[in-house]
Design a protein around this ligand. Structure first.
Ligand code: AMP
Ligand code: GLY
Length: 425
């Protein structure tokens, strides 16, 4: 499959990840976003079709004769967007619904890792409440984790403090009260400790080529305090990581295992790892690019993205195709007041035009353009993403444009410790 010169690319989704993918892909083509945000409207055309409207999106791809569709979020992948496009002969990057089961069923993923000797926490699957409660009461491996099997918008993992909370989590999930169908099956895991790492890899069904190791910040507050969020920031590369070892023991065995089981994995594979005293173990797989990890990774990727994605789809991926610049990148997420709870929408964002440094990209997430200008439209609003020769330089650049004199909006909140060091006040 060769790309025509002025290729037409559709990016499905509306977050900072999709804006970053578009920014990288736009260098070689004409962009469409469905549904997109105020930032994507500046680099392409937003089309008001929701990411889960698979019929609508495939009709669009057909009508516009798109050369490539790239899927951001997990929901359309799990619903089979790739299967539908493929059935209609439309080129699309991402795993089929069967391959996306690595993310859409944590029970299935745990079984898969056990079958292929991929290191992960000890895991047990339950459908029956009484059985699960009995198990929890005599759980001999210390603290545990209770996970809804299915997709739960990043909220389906409970780290209970004590037996009472564990039993409550089991009951809430298995009754269908907390996550509906996604919690009708649960996975109970031993709780591991260690730093976490996000490793994303391009996969062509046969082999995996890793991107730089990245780290995201899930909690709302500095020092990892407070409730979980969709992600308050990220940086790459993480120092002192033996990526070849992770490739050999986790990424490549995953792709080989999927091929052997009849679900060749083509797309981006995201392994959420914990670096334990016994080595890296997989806490979860995602079948897509991470958000916000993708933002710094796209700033660091030197190679063109489109040829890599096409090589994944064609089964012709080579490690030399994926080249990175030296240096580091940091993404600081600006969220609205109240996040991760409900947020005020329609708050005017000021100072976007003050950022002129080519080493800084303002990737939009929850933004919307109306007659007053660019306003907030969801919890995570912007991802200030900076490149630096060193991580310290990237941190300084990113934080240097936030707040007074730079980008700001009423109630704006962000973490001060993205990249590892506390910076600013
Ligand atoms: P997941 O969505 O499975 O990555 O879980 C979300 C977060 O919960 C992870 O980033 C970890 O911080 C934590 N977590 C999940 N599973 C475990 C585990 N088995 N041990 C310790 N922490 C976990
Ligand atoms: N950064 C976490 C995720 O994309 O799931």
């Amino acid at each position: 499959m060769l790309m025509p010169k002025q290729k037409k690319v559709l990016i499905v989704g509306s977050g900072g990840r999709e804006h970053a993918l578009g920014w990288k892909l736009g260098k070689s083509g004409r962009l469409y976003f469905a549904p997109g945000n105020a930032g994507t409207a500046e680099i392409g055309e937003n089309i008001p079709i929701p990411a889960e409207d698979i019929a609508g999106l495939s009709e669009l791809a057909d009508k516009l004769r798109l050369d490539l569709t790239v899927v951001g979020p997990e929901a359309p992948l799990a619903m089979g967007i790739v299967d539908e496009f493929q059935a209609r002969g439309l080129p699309i990057f991402g795993p089929t619904a069967a391959a996306a089961k690595l993310e859409s069923s944590k029970a299935w993923a745990a079984g898969f890792m056990a079958r292929h000797g991929i290191a992960h926490p000890r895991s047990w699957v339950f459908l029956d409440e009484q059985e699960a409660i009995r198990f929890v009461r005599r759980f001999p491996w210390g603290k545990m984790v209770v996970k809804a099997d299915g997709l739960a918008a990043g909220k389906g993992v409970i780290l209970p403090d004590g037996l009472e909370e564990a039993e409550a989590a089991v009951r809430e999930m298995l009754s269908g009260r907390s996550f509906g169908g996604a919690g009708r099956t649960i996975v109970i895991q031993e709780r591991l400790t260690g730093p976490e790492l996000s490793v994303l890899a391009f996969c062509d069904g046969k082999s995996a080529v890793p991107l730089l190791p990245a780290r995201d910040y899930k909690r709302i507050g500095d020092g990892d305090r407070g409730p979980n969020t969709g992600g308050m920031g990220a940086y790459a590369p993480v120092a002192d990581i033996d990526i070849r070892e992770i490739h050999r023991t986790i990424l490549q065995p995953t792709v080989e295992g999927m091929r052997k089981e009849g679900y060749p994995y083509k797309g981006v594979l995201y392994a959420g790892l914990m670096l334990t005293a016994q080595g890296p173990k997989v806490l979860e797989y995602n079948a897509r690019f991470g958000d916000p990890e993708t933002q710094p990774l796209m700033l660091l990727l030197k190679s063109d993205l489109a040829p890599i994605l096409l090589a994944c789809m064609n089964g012709t991926l080579e490690p030399e195709m994926v080249r990175f610049r030296p240096g580091a990148s940091v993404c600081v997420v600006l969220a609205c007041a109240g996040y991760p709870g409900p947020c005020a929408k329609g708050v005017l964002i000021e100072g976007l035009d003050t950022v002129r440094d080519p080493n800084i990209r303002m990737f939009h997430a929850g933004t919307l353009l109306n007659d007053r200008g660019v306003v907030t439209s969801a919890g995570r609003v912007l991802g200030v993403t900076a490149y630096g020769e060193t991580i310290e330089a990237a941190i300084r650049r990113a934080y240097g444009v936030i707040g007074s004199g730079g980008v700001r909006f009423e109630g704006m909140q962000y973490r001060r410790d993205i990249g590892g060091q506390a910076y600013g006040t």
